[in-house]
Design a protein around this ligand. Structure first.
Ligand code: HEM
Length: 185
């Protein structure tokens, strides 16, 4: 990719336990799988077919603060029980999974998440990564996280802050190589 892409920043991510966020909660449970994953993440339209759009958003956690919440508030922040990963039906509206329930959007807003924790001299948290066949689903979910539609901001903000968002286009693969023909490669 070197002639086409300039590297200006690296954040090393890692796989934590069975795919958990550093809060200890399992991340990726409600990801679409198989054909549904491809439908969510890969473009099918002429020209863009096989490519994907990816949003990368770095969140810095205050884990000391999160630990001080106590077990019930922690579960209600995410909207799932840490003990068995079950969704809490009567979790508050600001619980993260209440804000982001993909089938609750109109149209449904499915993305394929591949987030990874990071921990370095700048802090620790989650590098959120979501692939989509466009940025529309990510954008709809993000508006709900921010409370743009109903004034209710996601409980994530009680212990974590987004440092920045980057948007990328991932080319399709052709003969085992990224197909860069659309960008003159
Ligand atoms: C501090 C950052 C974040 C953390 C720690 C976090 C953590 C989690 C956890 C633990 C779950 C429940 C298990 C699962 O289904 O994966 C979840 C679900 C989800 N998150 Fe996040 N997340 C973060 C940021 C975001 C952002 C920025 C988005 C924006 C698109 C997002 C979208 C989703 C979606 C779509 C679900 C599944 C909801 C469902 O359909 O039930 N998350 N997240």
């Amino acid at each position: 990719m070197a002639p086409h892409i300039t590297l200006y920043e690296i954040t090393d991510g890692f796989f934590y336990d069975t795919g958990r966020d550093l809060t200890g909660y399992e991340d990726g449970t409600e990801n679409p799988t198989d054909d549904a994953a491809a439908d969510a993440a890969i473009c099918t339209s002429d020209g863009l077919a096989g490519s994907s759009f990816v949003a990368v958003q770095q969140w810095q956690h205050d884990l000391d603060r999160f630990r001080h919440f106590g077990p019930d508030r922690r579960d209600n922040t995410i909207g799932r029980r840490i003990s068995d990963n079950e969704e809490i039906d009567d979790a508050p509206e600001l619980a993260h999974v209440k804000r982001t329930a993909q089938e609750s959007f109109d149209p449904e807003a499915f993305v394929l998440r591949r987030s990874m924790p990071y921990a370095d001299s700048t802090g620790e948290g989650l590098v959120f990564v979501a692939f989509g066949h466009s940025f529309v689903a990510f954008d709809m979910i993000m508006r709900q996280i921010l409370g743009n539609n109903d004034g209710i901001a996601d409980a994530l903000f009680s212990f974590s802050v987004p440092l920045g968002t980057s948007y990328f286009w991932c080319p399709a693969m052709k003969n085992g190589e990224p197909d860069l023909s659309l960008i003159g490669g």
